[in-house]
Design a protein around this ligand. Structure first.
Ligand code: SF4
Length: 325
């Protein structure tokens, strides 16, 4: 038996990047501590929030382990805090055999936590299901390229409708390190700047973005495997089946690459993110100063009125191509 680094109980996990062996209690505490620290360091709770004027945080709750763990921890952290009101928002993409069960997990969790829970579907909002989109594929793209645009649109528009002060998502350390690496490999410096302003770094380092509800990712210091273990140990009602379209994405290749790097060089994900955040902050500042393309004028979409850099937003042009109502 391997003992916990902090007590004499049996360790349930070993973090190669830190050398720590932790028992169930100390492991769960360490996950919760990292989320609290991230919330504090990113300045998510404004000093002027009061019980009379609470902040509304909308959480994108997909029913997968990441968003379920985030919702559970946030409820645990903030349930006694009258300055924060949590709303869980679930989006049903219309993927046969996948989303129905994860919606059940969302409903169960929201009921357990007595949380306000809202469900919106692509079918009701856009008149299409992802299964039909994949079948038609008018733009000859991966499923995720459509799905990501639709999901972002719904998260943003509903967060806005619910009067959210912040929109929280369950991205973990692996997700963020993958995004960082993809942005590097694609040579997309403007995207690095946008990524920073949209969701990473402390709020005070980001530019005010009046048009969009600011985003936050309080789970971004916790590796995916640890999120899964926490979910299991806490017996949370998460849906663990992967979307059938997940492996098609370029991200899948990056995921495998990072997995090997982390196995051979523990700590790679942490060092990628430490360097990336610093660099992204510098790049974001530089782009704001220069106004050289990353700060394109924003318009109202001619079709739906949402904020966009084009005449017709990406969501509407994809829906047009799909012939959706
Ligand atoms: Fe949508 Fe792709 Fe996620 Fe599946 S993996 S839910 S298609 S974004």
């Amino acid at each position: 038996m391997t003992e916990c680094t902090k007590c004499d109980r049996e360790a349930v996990m070993h973090a190669a990047y830190s050398g720590a062996h932790l028992c169930e209690t100390h492991f769960c505490e360490s996950v919760e501590k990292r989320v609290r620290r991230r919330i504090r360091e990113d300045g998510l709770v404004p000093r002027d929030a009061t019980p009379d004027e609470p902040e509304t945080w909308v959480i994108g709750l997909s029913g997968g382990k990441d968003s379920v763990v985030l919702t559970h921890i946030l409820d645990d952290v903030f349930a006694p805090d009258p300055r924060i009101e949590l709303v869980a928002l679930t989006i049903h993409e219309g993927i046969e055999g996948y989303r129905d069960e994860s919606v059940d997990a969302c409903v169960e969790l929201a009921e357990d936590l007595e949380l306000r829970h809202e469900l919106v579907t692509y079918e009701e909002e856009f008149g299409v299901r992802m299964d039909d989109v994949v079948e038609d594929d008018p733009e000859n793209m991966a499923a995720c390229a459509y799905c990501g645009v639709f999901r972002r649109d719904l998260l943003e528009s509903y967060a806005d409708e619910f009067g959210a002060d912040k929109l929280l998502t369950g991205h973990n350390l692996d997700d963020e390190a993958q995004t960082a690496l993809m942005n590097f490999l694609e040579g997309d410096v403007a995207q690095i700047a946008k990524h920073f302003d949209a969701s990473i770094g402390a709020f005070e380092d980001r530019e005010e973005q009046d048009e969009f509800v600011p985003r936050a990712k309080p789970l971004r210091d916790v590796p995916e495997k640890e999120v899964a273990l926490y979910c299991h140990l806490q017996d949370l009602p998460a849906h663990i089946t992967e979307c059938p379209h997940a492996s098609e994405a370029y991200r899948g290749e990056i995921q495998r690459l990072l997995f090997d790097l982390e196995e051979n060089h523990p700590g790679t994900r942490h060092s990628i993110m430490a360097g990336y955040e610093e660099l992204a902050g510098i790049v974001a500042e530089r782009y704001r100063e220069d106004g050289d393309g990353s700060k394109t004028d924003l318009n109202e979409c001619e079709e739906c009125g949402s904020t966009t850099t084009r005449d017709v937003c990406r969501k509407c042009s994809l829906l047009d191509a799909l012939g959706a109502v």
